[in-house]
Design a protein around this ligand. Structure first.
Ligand SMILES: [Zn+2]
Length: 96
């Protein structure tokens, strides 16, 4: 799936209004395991049995070592998980 860069859309978007990665991923029911900036969690994008998803609490980036889903921030995660357009996802995450 192609990542829509906010700078390339006409939709104006203030990244500061996104929830923090920590807050967002916990609200999504992910149990974050491990120390440091990158945490492990069960991947919601496939039927995960061991924590294969890596999420970064600094910028919200995520990558699954099993199914390969990845993205650069919590907005990306939200769009992919719920199959939303960029403006829809931004709205749900507290914008506008
Ligand atoms: Zn996965």
């Amino acid at each position: 799936m192609r990542y829509a860069n906010p700078a390339q859309t006409k939709f104006s978007f203030d990244r500061n209004r996104l929830p923090s990665p920590d807050e967002y991923y916990k609200s999504q029911g992910l149990r974050l395991i491990g120390g440091g900036a990158w945490k492990n969690a069960l991947c919601p994008f496939h039927n995960d049995t061991k924590p294969s998803l890596r999420v970064c609490l600094v910028n919200g980036a995520f990558k699954c070592m099993a199914c390969g889903v990845s993205g650069g921030d919590v907005l990306d995660f939200h769009r992919k998980r719920y199959r939303l357009s960029f403006p829809e996802a931004a709205k749900q995450l507290g914008h506008g």
